[in-house]
Design a protein around this ligand. Structure first.
Ligand code: PXP
Length: 257
């Protein structure tokens, strides 16, 4: 199978729809867990995100529960009307939890215990047989499946074969590239892959390492439907408050469209 034009989903630059902002609140829980109590509560962060116009809450339940914990999921879901995007490893344990909580969306991410964050994209091409039943079971439960992949044709083709309705492109290479030609090359790659995803009927999202300084060119890619941003926003919230941080990111994203 190869990726190709899908006329029903072709979208031109002039049709750039509003870009959704999903706020990843994991690191509120990281700070909470540092002292083992219940403050600061990621639920309060989710409520603030909802109040200032965020479009969704993203949370990664990691195998080692280093930030978000099982009991946070239901509390987050109950606290706001915003859709929950659950980031999860492709494991039986996480599948069972997702099926129990029924988030709006589940983004399947690669996970290694020793990594500090999700360092690369999912090898959807190499793990087809592992991923296929998980994608099917999540989809059958009405959960919108997303695959967190590198912006590469091979991985997009694999997402197509798996029937994932959404891919989230890992923007780490872009975010960490030296400003100038290297970053411009990564941006072109993201833009080409977002266009290719749309042409094939897949909704493209993006995230990882996005900041006030680097978000605008990514937000300007017209085919992207959603950005998921966490660490930088929670870091900025320490200095300016979460409301201000989310509002400022929202303004930058809107100005780019
Ligand atoms: N999207 C996905 C799938 C992620 O795993 C993460 C966290 O690594 C993010 C978005 C947010 O990345 P960051 O915290 O760097 O903004």
């Amino acid at each position: 199978m190869s990726v190709k034009e899908h006329p029903a989903n072709a979208q031109s630059a002039s049709q750039a729809a509003r870009l959704r902002l999903g706020v990843n609140i994991d690191h509120v829980a990281t700070i909470r867990n540092a002292r083992g109590g219940d403050h600061p509560d990621p639920v309060r962060a989710a409520q603030i995100v909802a109040a200032v116009g965020g479009d969704g809450i993203t949370a990664h339940l990691r195998e080692d529960r280093r930030h978000i914990r099982d009991e946070d999921l239901a509390r987050i879901q109950a606290a706001t009307g915003l859709p929950l995007n659950l980031e999860m490893a492709a494991t039986d344990e996480m599948l069972e939890i997702a099926l129990r909580h029924r988030p709006h969306a589940a983004c399947i991410v690669p996970e290694r215990r020793e990594e500090r964050t999700t360092e690369g994209g999912l090898d959807a091409a190499g793990q087809h047989n592992r991923l296929a039943p998980i994608v099917t079971r999540l989809s059958d439960a009405g959960i919108r499946v997303s695959l967190f992949i590198a912006p590469e044709v091979r991985q997009l083709e694999a997402a197509l074969r798996l029937g994932a309705p959404v891919v989230e492109f890992h923007t780490g290479e872009y975010a960490h590239a030296a400003p100038g030609e290297a970053q411009a090359r990564e941006l072109r790659r993201l833009a080409e892959m977002a266009a290719l995803a749309r042409k094939n009927g897949i909704e493209p999202h993006a995230g990882h390492g996005l900041t006030y300084e680097n978000v605008v060119p990514v937000a300007a890619i017209p085919q992207l439907a959603e950005l998921n941003i966490g660490h930088y926003l929670i870091g900025e919230a320490i200095f300016t408050g979460l409301e201000t941080a989310v509002r400022k990111m929202r303004e930058l994203m809107d100005a780019a469209r």
